[in-house]
Design a protein around this ligand. Structure first.
Ligand code: PLP
Length: 324
């Protein structure tokens, strides 16, 4: 209860959103909140619209709930964001929910107020739930501000389930504390399921998360500053590599460059093969974009030191040039 109250305070202070503790549930990481919300919301044959590039677990979790992931390609020309028209076109009678992940993993893109309002309108019109994964809320490096569909109107707040946690904001991934906030009925159903699955997240970890929220938040701000500097460094280095182009991310801690040209120049069939050989030859680990539904891209994470990033960029460049 103390942690739920701290989370309610966080919503009030950071997002100007009022949730009672009955509208909040603490879970074993944000992943568990997502898994549970899909289990309680979805029935066999229901459809969930997932904009691609997407976080790897969304389609699998939707399938685990017996429902069907409907992938909508957010185009790179549109900064990897889906348009309301694309959303409308994907809606059928079986559409139950859409997943909005802003700031996004893997692209780092952020939906603005107008975009969220338009997406929200489509969802209200067709009675579609919004699962709003806001786990990277604290990691924004541009002038953009984080906004949730729940902040747009009371109606949309009722139709949105926010997913968040301390894994990214407070670098507490291993502690496994996440949460969901939304309509009391949905939260209660999630609680019923969790009571038979895990009972509760470890109490010690709950106290650690409580302490994270109640302590001075300067370390969160400092961490963001360090990530911002690393992003600048790696982004510049990537721009200097032939055949690689990259939209500058605005948040999260990934770069998602398009490597189509480099793959072609280097004589590989696809980015998976290119990334696999890069790993073997240069010992640089990237995640091929096919895992995120975007096969022309690769994902780099900049959570490691600036020195390691400089070295990685040097090796990627050497690899691309040597294979020409
Ligand atoms: N949502 C997104 C978009 C993520 O990138 C991740 C972790 O990588 C999660 C959820 C899961 O976070 P947690 O570690 O709290 O389960």
């Amino acid at each position: 209860m103390e942690l739920k109250s701290a989370i309610a305070n966080k919503f009030k202070t950071d997002n100007d959103l009022s949730y009672t503790t009955d509208e909040i549930i603490v879970t074993t990481g944000a992943k568990h909140a997502l898994y549970t919300v899909f289990q309680v919301l979805l029935n066999e044959g229901d459809e969930v619209i997932i904009p691609a590039p997407y976080w790897v677990s969304y389609p699998e979790q939707v399938k685990l709930a017996g429902a069907k992931p409907v992938i909508v390609n957010a185009h790179e020309q549109n900064n990897f964001k889906i348009t309301p028209e694309q959303l409308k076109q994907a809606v059928t009678k079986r559409t139950k929910a859409v997943i909005i992940n802003s700031p996004n993993n893997p692209t780092g893109m952020i939906y603005d107020k107008r975009e969220l309002e338009q997406i929200g309108d489509v969802c209200l019109k067709h009675d579609i739930m919004i699962i709003s994964d806001e786990i990277y809320e604290k990691l924004i490096y541009s002038r953009d501000t984080h906004l949730s569909t729940a902040q747009i109107s009371d109606e949309l707040k009722q139709q949105t389930v926010i997913i968040n946690g301390v894994s990214k904001s407070h670098a507490m991934t291993g502690w496994r504390i996440g949460y969901a906030a939304g309509n009391e009925k949905i939260i209660k159903a999630m609680g019923n399921l969790i009571s038979h699955a895990t009972s509760n997240p470890t109490s010690i970890a709950q106290y650690a998360a409580l302490s994270a929220y109640e302590s001075d938040q300067d370390p969160v701000i400092n961490m963001r500053q360090v990530f911002s500097e690393r992003l600048e460094t790696l982004y510049k280095r990537l721009a200097d590599i032939p055949g690689i182009s990259c939209i500058k991310p605005k948040g999260a801690f990934y770069l998602f460059p398009n490597v189509r040209e480099a793959v072609r120049m280097n004589g590989f069939q696809h980015a998976d093969e290119w990334a696999g050989t890069l790993l073997e030859e240069e010992k640089v680990a990237l995640v091929p974009g096919s895992a995120f539904g975007s096969p022309e891209n690769v994902r780099l994470s900049y959570t490691v030191s600036a020195e390691a990033l400089e070295e990685a960029a040097k090796r990627i460049k050497r690899f691309v040039i040597n294979h020409q």
